[in-house]
Design a protein around this ligand. Structure first.
Ligand code: NAD
Length: 425
């Protein structure tokens, strides 16, 4: 039996949660999921909304709203980052949690999916305020997190320092150190070598595979990157080291471009010093919009959702779009890019390196035995290239784009675990 969900009502997604559900609906139809499993996977398992009161530096108390959503735990404990951003919404957190379920299944690590978020502007807060926000938020969600049930990690505007506060707060409440409660921690307290660059490194590995598949030469291939934080900045560095030419990069304040290639080391130093790529001497100013449409072979959106739309998709010149960010491409834009022969490496594949090394970090914490960085990078490469090949095989088999191919692999794995476990009680 296939689903009875009305697909015609799902043509124009209003928000990212609609978009995430629509992506699932399309693949459910394709792989013939039973209605029961489809309906089960369409909703999060658990949603927690919390109030987070914080004493601000000016003596006032502000109350922030935070969320932790666990989408699915059929294959293992839930896993997913925490985002601190003024635009966080519950629907966004639900979508990101669902994407984590598919991402973990696609790279075949024994985790389900979760995500957290707090509506706040961390750029306008002092370290003291951020620490109190983090510790109180951790306390409020401590009823659902833990190394055996739900393990947070960094996401937009959350850092290794914030992970350290989460680890410390949870450990203080339990009375002993529990590094496995969170990943993306500093090395000194149980973090993993290679975790800081893992998202970008995984992205590079799948771009390399795509280049080979399309018989393109990586040396000198032009890359444009939108977003210059953990994912984007490390992607620029690693791709430049691998011989790609970074021709444009941007962050929330604007961008910089140089057709002969940006000096990435200089750009990273400028960003670290000034907080932005804007004003870097080695290129010309370019807007965020123009970064997406500039002349390049590989486009790496590495900022926020919904930036590739039906309006700009026809103007994108890249042959490969590698989604380091989660949800950067709207479904209608996806269709346009597919029709134009652009290979889109979907988020659940292109940015899965982060959660993969987070899994390695969790395994190392539980075993209290830490690996060398070369070993971590080699294991990451194996997971990423296998996921790329399985995605490509499914895309070819069903004659669909890489996103639907990746979903076919991932959703089937979660569905199989769900079928085997059965419906409790
Ligand atoms: P980050 O906070 O380190 O960096 C975000 C970057 O995006 C910053 O450079 C910021 O200036 C830029 N930005 C914000 N708004 C922008 C806008 N409107 N236009 C252009 N740039 C803008 O965050 P991150 O960890 O690098 O995350 C970026 C994306 O990658 C997110 O979608 C996140 O979910 C995804 N991701 C991150 C990881 C990880 O390990 N960090 C893993 C998987 C996916």
């Amino acid at each position: 039996m296939t689903t009875s969900i009305d697909r015609s009502a799902l043509q124009a997604p209003q928000n990212v949660w609609d978009m995430a559900q629509q992506q699932l609906d399309e693949v459910a139809h394709l792989i013939g999921l039973t209605e029961g499993i489809h309906l089960f996977l369409r909703q999060p398992k658990r949603v927690l909304e919390v109030s987070v009161p914080v004493h601000m530096d000016d003596g006032r108390v502000r109350v922030f709203t935070g969320y932790r959503v666990q989408h699915n735990m059929a294959r293992g404990p839930a896993k997913g980052g925490i985002r601190f951003h003024p635009d966080v919404t519950l629907d966004e957190v639900k979508a990101l949690a669902m994407w984590m379920t598919w991402k973990c299944a696609l790279v075949n690590i024994p985790f389900g999916g979760a995500k957290g978020g707090v509506i706040c502007d961390p750029k306008a807060m002092s370290m003291h305020e951020l620490e109190h926000l983090t510790r109180r938020f951790t306390t409020e969600i401590s009823i659902v997190i833990g190394p055996e049930k739900d393990i947070p990690a960094p996401d937009v505007y959350t850092t290794p320092q914030i992970m350290a506060w989460i680890m410390d707060t949870y450990s203080m409440q339990k009375g002993y150190s529990i590094p496995g409660v969170v990943t993306g921690k500093p090395i000194a307290i149980g973090g993993s070598l290679g975790r800081d660059k893992a998202t970008a490194r995984g992205c590079l590995y799948v771009v390399d595979e795509a280049m080979k598949m399309l018989s393109l030469d990586a040396t000198g291939a032009r890359v444009a990157i939108q977003g210059f934080g953990n994912a984007g900045m490390h992607a620029a560095t690693l791709m430049a080291q691998a011989g790609y030419r970074i021709v444009a990069a941007s962050d929330s304040r604007g961008g910089v471009a140089n057709a002969s290639g940006l000096d990435v080391r200089g750009l990273v130093a400028h960003k670290t010093e000034t907080g932005s790529v804007v004003g870097f001497g080695g290129g010309e100013a370019i807007s965020n919009k123009d970064v997406l449409e500039c002349d390049c072979d590989v486009l790496v959106p590495a900022a926020l959702e919904k930036v590739i739309t039906a309006q700009n998709a026809p103007n994108i010149k890249a042959k490969i779009v590698a989604e380091a960010a989660n949800g950067p491409t709207l479904p209608e834009a996806d269709a346009i890019l597919h029709e134009r022969g652009v290979m889109v490496l979907p988020d659940i594949l292109a940015n899965a390196g982060g959660v993969t090394v987070s899994y390695f970090e969790w395994v190392q914490d539980l075993q209290e035995n830490f690996w060398e960085e070369d070993e971590i990078n080699e294991r990451l490469k194996q997971k990423m290239t296998r996921a790329f090949r399985e995605t490509h095989e499914q895309a070819k088999r069903h004659d669909v784009n890489m996103r639907t191919g990746a979903y076919a692999v991932a959703v089937e794995r979660v569905a199989e675990a769900t079928r085997l476990r059965g419906l409790y009680p």
